[in-house]
Design a protein around this ligand. Structure first.
Ligand SMILES: [Zn+2]
Length: 203
């Protein structure tokens, strides 16, 4: 019988099975339900780290510049995301303001910062006892980062408002679109299974 460290549980049906080494670009599937267990992705951290650093820079731009500007009757108004949060707060909608702040600013910022920190430590071979904890924090924050939902909401609002006033897309709107692409690309480039293997006693 193999040791516990060599066993892996299927995420779909909880079937325990032995973890086996895979050929390059190979994938392991569950022997009972056929669900994907893990892939043998690229072990290189170069690409995910570069994409995440680019995402962090774009994230700063997305929060520093206005999302959209509205032109009506000769007046021009533009606001940043944080300005929109403050407006929601002033309009007696503290719950909505808090949710927008947490899901579009705080959670993505923490997720980006901690992921870059963890990958940076692994990249330079720095051993830190808190690495497994940090990685779990990243995984816990992931569902709360809702930039895609926010973008969808902004686009619906822009289309509806375009009938009433002139809409000028701000730098932050393009930055958020780029951020979505960069985060998806970094997630695809990152081999989460391989990441745990790089951390000593990470499981
Ligand atoms: Zn299964």
């Amino acid at each position: 019988m193999c040791s516990a460290a060599k066993l892996i549980a299927c995420h779909e049906c909880d079937q325990l099975q032995r973890e086996i080494p895979l050929p390059p670009a190979g994938a392991a599937i569950c022997c009972r339900c056929g669900a994907l267990l893990y892939r043998n992705g690229s072990a290189s951290l170069d690409r995910p780290l570069a994409l995440l650093l680019a995402a962090a820079m774009v994230f700063v731009l997305a929060n520093a510049f206005p999302i959209v500007g509205i032109e009506a009757k000769g007046n021009h108004n533009a606001t940043t995301l944080f300005g929109a949060v403050l407006t929601l707060w002033d309009e007696d909608m503290p719950l909505v303001a808090g949710l927008v702040f947490f899901t579009t600013m705080l959670a993505p910022a923490f997720e980006l910062a901690i992921t870059i920190f963890v990958l940076g430590l692994l990249y330079f071979g720095v051993a830190l006892r808190a690495l497994p904890l940090l990685l779990r924090v990243v995984l816990a924050l992931e569902p709360w980062s809702m930039i895609e939902v926010f973008m969808l909401g902004v686009l619906v609002s822009v289309v509806k408002l375009s009938h009433l006033a002139g809409i000028v897309p701000g730098i932050a709107l393009w930055a958020y679109a780029a951020l979505m692409v960069l985060l998806a690309a970094s997630s695809a480039a990152l081999d989460a299974h391989g990441l745990w293997d790089r951390i000593p006693a990470g499981r």
